[in-house]
Design a protein around this ligand. Structure first.
Ligand SMILES: [Zn+2]
Length: 325
């Protein structure tokens, strides 16, 4: 059993991707792993790419890995497509007659995501804004989402961030519409490779495969998340810089903060305070601006609340539904 490579493209001079496939030859799920949906998110790219040089001992199903999903953005070391400015992670389900990025989304949607039983989309934070290492996904109470939440836990990042809803255009939004369990992953230090995080990405996918019974062993022993956040992760939970200047954070990622607490300041070049940045709600710091130079209106701190126990564990909900049937 060896990895095979296949080039798929939108036709003509349209965009394409290289798919690496490992097929166990036995029944089982098809797991699709995408890196580089944002072209400069190198941790997810190499974290996915390293899978394709390993035998993995796959004993059920098949694994399809695309290390670099948005090739044009990757070649330009850019989050988005250089020709059209398109953000692939806001372009699904795509348009076969649209811009290059929309055509790429259509290709990935039709040839990869539609055939998947599980989708894993590996991102990183941007260089300007940090996020902690976590696996996240939709938790709207449905069966596919509940399975996705279990996979986010199985990934083993130590932190899980679930969302009650998803914004339009994402790979996970298409997966939701197709009833496919899906997770995404983020990590700090965008634009930089870190050996421990690379192991976290590659090992996390192996952990998911082990949870699905596709490989004999997880990369790391299963453990419950040390912290579980739940919130939309959208811009309403971000505080923006009230004034332009130089942002000085007063908190670190995952610090517990209370609504209204000062979490940073905007300074002038002499270090004088131009504005105070307050936490938008109580919870944990989930995104934090790294680059000091900010304009008025730049989102600088995002806070996500801890997951309420009343939501229950997905395994309990699946069990309760099975009993009720
Ligand atoms: Zn991304």
């Amino acid at each position: 059993m060896n990895w095979r490579q296949e080039r798929i493209s939108a036709g003509g001079d349209g965009p394409g991707v290289t798919v690496h496939e490992l097929d166990s030859g036995h029944d089982g799920p098809t797991v699709v792993v995408l890196g580089g949906v944002h072209g400069n998110e190198v941790g997810g790219i190499v974290g996915a790419g390293r899978l394709t040089t390993r035998p993995l001992g796959l004993r059920a199903g098949r694994l399809r890995v695309v290390p670099v999903t948005h090739e044009a953005a990757f070649e330009a070391d850019s989050r988005t497509g250089p020709a059209d400015g398109g953000n692939l992670a806001r372009s699904f389900p795509g348009d076969e007659h649209g811009t290059p990025t929309q055509r790429l989304a259509d290709l990935v949607a039709r040839r990869l995501i539609r055939g998947a039983d599980v989708l894993v989309d590996l991102h990183t934070s941007t260089p300007a804004t940090d996020m902690p290492f976590f696996a996240g996904g939709l938790d709207d109470g449905g069966d596919a989402a509940s399975t996705g939440v279990e996979l986010a836990v199985a990934f083993g990042a130590g932190l899980v961030w679930t969302h009650g809803s998803l914004g339009p255009g994402r790979t996970l939004t298409l997966a939701r519409d197709l009833g496919i369990p899906a997770i995404y992953v983020e990590s700090p230090g965008g634009g930089v490779l870190d050996p421990a995080l690379l192991d976290g990405y590659t090992g996390g996918v192996v952990n998911v495969l082990a949870h699905l019974g596709m490989v004999p062993q997880p990369a790391t022993p299963p453990r419950p998340p040390a912290l579980w956040l739940h919130g939309d992760g959208d811009t309403d939970s971000f505080t923006v810089a009230p004034a332009g200047g130089l942002f000085l954070p007063g908190v670190r990622l995952l610090d517990r903060v209370e609504r209204g607490q000062a979490v940073g300041r905007v300074l002038d070049p002499r270090g004088r305070e131009l504005a105070v940045v307050a936490a938008p709600e109580s919870g944990h710091v989930a995104t934090l601006q790294r680059f000091a130079a900010v304009a008025a209106g730049t989102p600088v701190v995002g806070v996500a609340p801890a997951r309420p126990a009343s939501l229950g564990l997905p395994s309990d909900r699946i069990h309760a539904r099975a009993v009720a049937r």
